[in-house]
Design a protein around this ligand. Structure first.
Ligand SMILES: NC(=O)c1ccc[n+]([C@@H]2O[C@H](COP(=O)([O-])OP(=O)(O)OC[C@H]3O[C@@H](n4cnc5c(N)ncnc54)[C@H](OP(=O)(O)O)[C@@H]3O)[C@@H](O)[C@H]2O)c1
Length: 318
């Protein structure tokens, strides 16, 4: 029998990849969003039920979970804007999701956390709230949870390589970079999606917190240099000393959309690398940035996600 899943945060970068992948594989998906008009492409898939909904409302959550076999929570923010605070999205929302699941008798939950998430983190409120949300989920009664902690996730439509490519185009000669020695093990969104599907299909994953990393660790400086190379620029990457990085974070944090903030600066003080990489244990061979990024940075098409999955669906693959 085909199973139904509700994905909270299923309209974002990772959610769109996961949604198309699971829908193409035959799962029925219920995707709530605050802004359905922005995600018309998702509506086109016969297995995706895109609904306008306020997921912070307990009655709405209960309606969304009625008759579903599992819930996936991907909702997250990297910076606080308007009424969206870290605690509201990363702690209060998981608490409400858990309550609605318990009330509707849905037990299976896949929850997106982040590497270095820690309820005792003293500086980064992003990491602290992510840690608190993960703790709630993993300790909840009557909930069979699996949590995922990815390093930075890349793929068509990402906001890492695409963002740096845009910034480099604006500053083609010299690029001032905060925290140049921060370490990452970028993980391909297709591998993240496979890990989620693995957890849906294997009960052994219940109770696990999976760290998701790509095959190679890079410094931020190396990743920005790689991006510049892909877009054909010979930009000088100027690593900022610590005081200048903090100043840059304070100033950019005042701009609309906060391209970089003091909280981002604090998150970068911890290397985003795996101590126990889960992908190989799941039988997933992680893709490198070198074999994936060049194609989509060359395409520069934010609609690449939809086109990619539509092509796959036509070919009968996932
Ligand atoms: N991308 C990465 O490199 C990375 C790395 C580590 C962890 N993560 C985690 O992975 C998850 C997904 O990341 P992503 O890159 O796909 O994010 P994204 O593209 O920014 O998408 C965020 C999703 O969360 C929803 N959302 C945002 N604020 C919300 C709010 N206040 N209330 C309800 N829903 C809200 C959005 O739904 P609407 O349709 O309603 O806007 C959207 O579907 C997040 O939890 C993030 O922390 C991502």
């Amino acid at each position: 029998m085909r199973k139904t899943i509700c994905i909270i945060g299923g309209t974002g970068f990772i959610g769109s990849h996961l949604g198309f992948h699971l829908a193409n594989a035959g799962w029925r998906l219920r995707l709530p969003t605050r802004r359905p008009h922005r995600h018309r492409e998702l509506r086109v898939h016969q297995n995706i039920d895109l609904r306008e909904a306020n997921v912070h409302d307990p009655d709405t959550l209960r309606e969304l979970f009625d008759g579903v076999d599992a819930v996936i929570n991907l909702a997250g923010i990297l910076n606080e804007t308007g009424g969206d605070g870290f605690d509201k999205v990363h702690v209060e929302l998981p608490r409400r999701i858990l309550a609605a699941m318990q009330e509707t008798g849905v037990s299976r939950l896949l929850h997106m956390s982040a590497l270095n998430a820690d309820p005792a983190e003293p500086h980064s409120r992003y990491l602290r709230s992510k840690g608190e949300g993960e703790r709630l989920v993993m300790q909840a009664d009557d909930i069979a949870a699996t949590a995922f902690r990815p390093s930075v996730v890349f793929g068509p439509g990402d906001s890492f390589f695409n963002r740096f490519a845009s910034l480099l185009r604006m500053s083609p000669l010299v690029f001032p970079l905060a925290c140049p020695e921060a370490k990452f093990a970028p993980v391909y969104v297709g591998d993240v999606v496979e890990a989620f599907e693995h957890a849906l299909r294997h009960d052994d994953d219940i109770g696990q917190v999976h760290e998701l990393c790509g095959p190679t660790v890079y410094s931020l400086r190396e990743l920005v240099r790689f991006t510049a190379h892909q877009i054909g620029q010979h930009t000088l990457i100027l690593g900022l000393p610590d005081f200048a990085a903090r100043l840059q974070a304070r100033l950019l944090g005042l701009l609309p959309g906060k391209p970089f903030s003091l909280d981002n600066y604090y998150s970068l003080q911890k290397d985003s690398v795996c101590s126990q990489p889960a992908l190989p244990e799941m039988g997933i061979d992680p893709h490198s940035i070198e074999c994936i990024v060049p194609a989509y940075l060359a395409e520069r098409s934010p609609r690449g996600i939809y086109q990619h999955y539509r092509r796959l669906a036509r070919r009968g693959g996932t």
